[in-house]
Design a protein around this ligand. Structure first.
Ligand SMILES: NC(=O)c1ccc[n+]([C@@H]2O[C@H](COP(=O)([O-])OP(=O)(O)OC[C@H]3O[C@@H](n4cnc5c(N)ncnc54)[C@H](O)[C@@H]3O)[C@@H](O)[C@H]2O)c1
Length: 253
């Protein structure tokens, strides 16, 4: 598997997005790291170039149409844009009754409107370049749910259908749109969440034990699936969701 052209990664300044940036750069892509954390995006792009890869950074809030359009313009100016990775997301831990209007709106804006704005701006470039691949980071919580994440679960569930919709519209253009759906991994949001617990290591062990494979997922396992979907190894795969979850979403109890 190898990549040519430019890949734009939202949320590339941290966590799984950062790991994906490094993987795509190692596989030959010129990677644009787009993140609301501008200095973080600069740091990750600099780390890629320091190891011989090609990368650029752009400060981008995915909820802003103007900033998304600008990030896509930066990417398209570096070469043929072929890959869009949608990793930027936020979450909060509240019940349905405790979820404020502001929380609901912010999570839906970042996790659902953001991917929509990015696809709307980037897909015409993928079409013009003869095809390409969009990979959205969904979640196990977009397939099955857990208490305390109403807006996150709703956003990730809706993201799946948004991606399926884009996949069928652009199948004739050779633009594929897929979702990878990780469960708790050893990187990013889950680790930060666990650090707030009185016993972070205990919580991680507990969550790992609940998984049929009795462990957390790894960033590398997520990157492997993203790379498969981003590359020509998956040219007949579109509109699908690949769980990276140790069979968690397959289990009834
Ligand atoms: N880490 C996990 O265990 C896990 C599990 C399931 C799904 N996911 C999904 O994987 C993706 C990456 O998660 P992560 O754990 O790496 O998260 P993370 O919090 O470590 O990284 C998210 C990145 O998105 C950026 N971001 C936040 N709001 C933004 C905005 N408005 N515009 C642009 N960038 C913004 C942040 O600055 C950060 O760099 C997310 O879509 C998440 O839902 C993660």
């Amino acid at each position: 598997m190898s990549l040519t052209g430019v890949a734009l990664v939202t949320g590339g300044a941290a966590g799984l997005g950062e790991a994906i940036v490094h993987r795509l750069a190692r596989e030959g892509a010129t990677v644009v790291v787009a993140d609301v954390d501008g200095p973080g995006a600069e740091r990750v792009a600099a780390a890629v170039t320091a190891t011989g890869g090609h990368a650029a950074a752009v400060s981008c809030d995915v909820t802003s149409r103007a900033q998304v359009d600008d990030a896509v313009r930066v990417a398209a100016n570096l070469g043929p844009l072929r890959v869009l990775i949608l990793s930027a997301a936020i979450e909060s831990r509240r019940s349905v009754l405790d979820c404020s209007d502001a929380d609901w709106q912010q999570i839906l804006d970042v996790n659902l409107k953001g991917p929509f704005l990015c696809m709307r701006a980037a897909i015409p470039h993928l079409v013009a370049n003869g095809g390409g691949s969009v990979v959205a980071l969904g979640s196990t919580l977009g397939l099955i749910v857990a208490p305390g994440h109403p807006a996150y679960c709703a956003s990730k569930g809706a993201l799946v259908n948004l991606c399926k919709q884009a996949a069928i519209e652009h199948a004739p253009d050779k633009v594929r749109v897929n979702v990878v759906a990780p469960s708790a991994t050893d990187t990013g949001l889950f680790i930060r969440f666990s650090e707030q617990a009185p016993d972070p290591e205990g919580l991680r062990r507990h969550i790992a034990e609940l998984n049929p494979m009795h462990r957390l997922g790894t960033a590398q396992e997520v990157c492997d699936a993203v790379m498969f979907l981003a590359s020509d190894a998956s040219t007949y795969t579109s509109g699908c969701v690949i769980p990276i979850d140790g069979a968690l979403a397959a289990r009834r109890m």
